[in-house]
Design a protein around this ligand. Structure first.
Ligand code: COA
Length: 368
């Protein structure tokens, strides 16, 4: 194929546009949101401040934060039709499918409402956690728990799922995962959201498509796959033989590798530290031991480092969430990044429409 040299399979290495939202620096394994290193955001800010930063470009002052948090708290309750769409889902429907459908219903409900795109993004940021929590309880045959306006983003989510607020360390670990998941430049789901936006379609359509992209195991679905893998391994002592067998069988080890980072994912040390602290509190360090052994063994065997999904999978498991809701929880956070990209794409739009190299039959005529 004469064009083959020109093809960038998977768009690897292609710079498709400019962005001022985040910068991934594989040379130094670092990631910044609007210029701030994610480790620093985790140390000094919470997820609500981070979401504001991504959407507005600057960290909020006290007044701006109160207004932003107030807008989120005011919009948490779901329209009746969205509640119905969740409650009518099949008993075994995957939570990502339920979420994708609920966001679509939200879009159909909102089509006639006033408000700009930022207001719609904040609507989704406020309501996606309510959808995820309601579906969690539905799958368990439990009544939904209404959001509590006196609680912040992370505490309210725990409350809507479990009816209680966990220990400070658990909440901190969760909030850190939300900060770290919030944005990552032109990953597959964000690029999907930008592609849909580039056609001048609406925010909800962009987010529905992005949820579909995030679901796959090579992207957001990896945090669920990691936990299934760790349960399959069972104990730290089994890591060595398990990995040997898995690699001999040609299996991809979930939570390892990254298209952009080749020498480690900058988000992993921060998340590992939070995971360690929470596991110690819960008396569950065996999961940390297993994770550390697997990371060491994978480095020796393949020279491949873990990505963020590797520590978040077991961390969410220890928090008490069921595995099927791990990727929807990723959506709760990434909506901030998707929203920022939708707004950025709209501000300087050009229809995204790449070319392809045709490899089918040459032009021919219909016989007879
Ligand atoms: N387990 C085993 N081998 C892996 C691997 C993994 N998790 N990730 C990459 N590799 C190997 C590939 O088999 C390939 O080896 P080869 O050259 O001998 O064929 C090589 O490393 C390059 O991998 P490739 O899949 O082509 O890289 P990519 O940039 O297209 O893929 C991922 C990046 C993330 C899709 C890939 O690393 C992966 O599938 N990881 C597991 C899923 C995951 O954790 N996803 C979350 C990403 S944040």
């Amino acid at each position: 194929m004469s064009d083959a040299a020109e093809i960038k399979y998977g768009l690897a290495g292609v710079i498709a546009d400019e962005t001022a939202i985040s910068k991934v620096m594989p040379e130094t394994n670092s990631l910044t949101y609007r210029g701030y290193a994610v480790e620093e955001l985790c140390a000094h800010c919470d997820f609500e401040q981070t979401a504001y930063l991504l959407l507005h470009g600057e960290l909020p002052d006290a007044e701006q934060l109160v207004a932003f948090a107030g807008a989120e708290r005011a919009r948490r309750v779901l329209p009746w039709k969205v509640q119905q769409s969740i409650m009518m889902s099949a008993a075994d429907a995957h939570p990502m499918d339920v979420l994708r459908t609920a966001v679509s219903v939200l879009g159909a409900e909102d089509a006639r409402a006033a408000g700009d795109d930022l207001a719609r993004v904040i609507d989704l940021y406020a309501r996606i956690p309510t959808i995820v929590a309601m579906d969690y309880r539905r799958r368990r045959g439990e009544e939904p728990i209404a959001p509590r306006g006196d609680l912040g983003f992370s505490a309210n989510f725990f409350f809507m799922c479990f009816g209680e607020i966990p220990a400070r360390e658990v909440l901190k670990c969760f909030d850190i995962s939300m900060i770290l998941y919030a944005e990552h430049s032109f990953n597959a789901s964000t690029f999907t959201a930008r592609t849909v936006t580039s056609t001048t379609s609406d925010v909800y359509s962009a987010v529905v498509a992005a949820i579909g992209a995030l679901k796959g195991a090579l992207h957001g679905g990896a945090n669920e796959a990691v936990m299934h893998m760790m349960l399959e391994i069972g104990e730290a002592e089994a890591v060595g033989p398990w990995l040997e067998r898995a690699l001999a069988d040609g299996r991809k080890i979930m939570g390892f590798g990254h298209r952009v980072y080749r020498n480690g994912d900058s988000r992993v040390p921060t998340m590992m530290e939070a995971f360690r602290a929470m596991a110690a509190l819960k008396g569950a360090v065996r999961w940390v031991e297993m994770a550390e052994r697997l990371a060491d063994a994978m480095l020796k065997a393949k020279n491949i480092h873990p990505n963020l999904d590797f520590p978040t999978g077991p961390a969410y498991y220890l928090m008490g969430f069921d595995i099927a809701m791990f990727t929807p929880m990723f959506v709760m956070s990434r909506i901030a990044g998707w929203g920022a990209h939708v707004l950025e794409q709209k501000a300087n739009n050009k229809l995204i429409r790449p070319l392809s190299a045709y490899v089918g039959p040459p032009q021919r005529r219909i016989a007879g």
